[in-house]
Design a protein. Sequence first.
Length: 204
Amino acid sequence: MWTLAGTGLLTGLALIVAIGAQNAFVLRQGVRREHVGAVVLVCMASDAVLILAGTAGVGALVQAVPWLLEVLRWGGALYLLWFAVSSLRAALRPQGLMAEQAPRTAGSVIATTLALTWLNPHVYLDTVVLLGSLANQHGPDARWVFAAGAVAASVLWFTALGYGARLLARVLADPKAWRVVDVVIAVVMAVLAVRLIAGSDVWG
């Protein structure tokens, strides 16, 4: 049983640990020390819901309704382009971490986290379809052990990413460092948006 849970854990980490829109945002909020708990909780809860839904057999439904992923693809691409532009604008007026004058509200941060998670068509393919299919290869009872391991991977990763980012706070007290962060985030968001528009299935 522990071996199966470990397999689920490693598989989940392999899919979650990648440079992508969601991870970039969690890292940024972690460095800013702004509503980190809420961001981490939303990411973990969302992954848990999707993984358990896939394990319960919802993956077949997602595959049967291709237009749903198409809607998510375009919606996600537009949102990422908007986020990229916003990051570039921030890079033109960089502020040090300690000099931040306009903290975002918890509602705004949570809404962004939800959008970057649920408007990501690849997350459905990774969690609902792929992890759900892998879990269901282990039988009606053992599949939940595998799913528990995958959920644990999400909990470990987002907790480490969100709270571990604080180690960079002193470095990013320099406005020039924030300019680099915002430019990198803008590039990541723009590249992912272009891949989505081009129909690529690559979304970290």
